[in-house]
Design a protein around this ligand. Structure first.
Ligand code: GLU
Ligand code: ZN
Length: 300
């Protein structure tokens, strides 16, 4: 028998991390189903984190509606839901540590100043790195971002990004005082012990930033799997912004079967008549990550 490596023994911890900007639509159901099946297939834990970090973008009641929809679809999470809105103290502590160690710095450049200076659009040029912007005026906090990041995504293939050239020093806390997604997601995945992140490929481009920040914080690096995105007929990602219709809590099976097909699995026609329990038993027993297609497609 081959010797077990440390990694073979590490318990699998996955998660689903919706933002409560509206009800769950088919695109987010695909991400939930994919990450749930992967976790169950690995006999792992599946955590739920509510990413309620940006109140102006949130919709009252959406967080509760998302939880109800997951339950109605038989997507049972393990343990308590983590709410990012309750974790500002933790984000502040990490951010202050990064500032103290000189890995992050304050930046008071306006959008207009940046646009006038930046050569490639949207990539911050590091102007405030050595300016020692004081803590009293309005300012963002940015992370020093340099180096090449490589990782292997089992669905999307090998990935690499040069942080300096393709991203620039990115924001950890915005000038309006809100913590950035990139900071919260890394701190939370670290604190929750997440071993693998399974999510939509709209976030593929964020993974290198997250791996870089994990390194600076001395956190272990989880695996990354990015699932294909469901697009509307105009070729846009289904989202709350383009008013994707919510999935129907009263008829979970048709959406679940469609989500399985979207993920390249082959549910038999009889599954349409199954109970939720039978559906999940079949889906877990037949899950094949190798069948998940890479490319985003029009749903329905
Ligand atoms: N909250 C993010 C979203 O709803 C997902 C974050 C993640 O999975 O890393 O798009
Ligand atoms: Zn600046």
């Amino acid at each position: 028998m081959p010797a077990l490596t440390e990694n073979d023994c590490a318990p699998y911890i996955g998660r689903f991390a919706p933002s409560p900007t509206g009800p769950l639509h088919f695109g987010s159901l695909v991400a939930a189903v994919g990450s749930y099946l992967r976790a169950r297939d690995q006999s792992g834990t599946w955590l739920l984190r509510m990413e309620d970090l940006d109140p102006p973008r949130e919709q009252p009641g959406a967080a509760e509606a998302i939880l109800r929809t997951l339950e109605a679809h038989g997507l049972g999470w393990d343990g308590e839901v983590m709410y990012q809105s309750a974790r500002h103290g933790r984000y502040r502590e990490v951010l202050e540590g990064l500032l103290r160690s000189g890995l992050a710095y304050r930046c008071d450049c306006s959008r207009k100043q940046q646009a006038e200076r930046s050569a490639p659009p949207g990539i911050y040029d590091g102007h405030c790195r050595t300016r020692h912007v004081g803590e009293h005026g309005q300012h963002a906090v940015r992370l020093l971002a340099e180096g090449d990041i490589h990782f292997d995504d089992p669905v999307q293939g090998p990935q690499s990004q040069n942080l300096q050239r393709e991203v620039g020093d990115f924001v950890l806390r915005r000038a309006d005082g809100l913590y950035a997604y990139q900071l919260a997601v890394v701190v939370d995945d670290g604190d929750q012990g997440v071993t693998e992140v399974v999510r939509g490929s709209d976030l593929l481009d964020s993974s290198a930033r997250q791996i870089h920040l994990q390194r600076l914080l001395d956190l272990p690096r989880p695996g990354y799997i990015h699932l294909p995105l469901a697009l509307n007929r105009q070729g846009q990602k289904l989202s709350k912004q383009n008013l994707a219709t919510a999935v129907d809590d009263r008829r979970p099976l048709p959406s679940l079967i469609e989500a399985l097909r979207f993920l390249g699995q082959a549910p038999p026609p009889e599954l349409a008549e199954a109970t939720l329990d039978e559906f999940w038993r079949w889906a877990i027993a037949h899950w094949r990550l190798e069948s998940v297609p890479r490319g985003s497609r029009i749903a329905g």
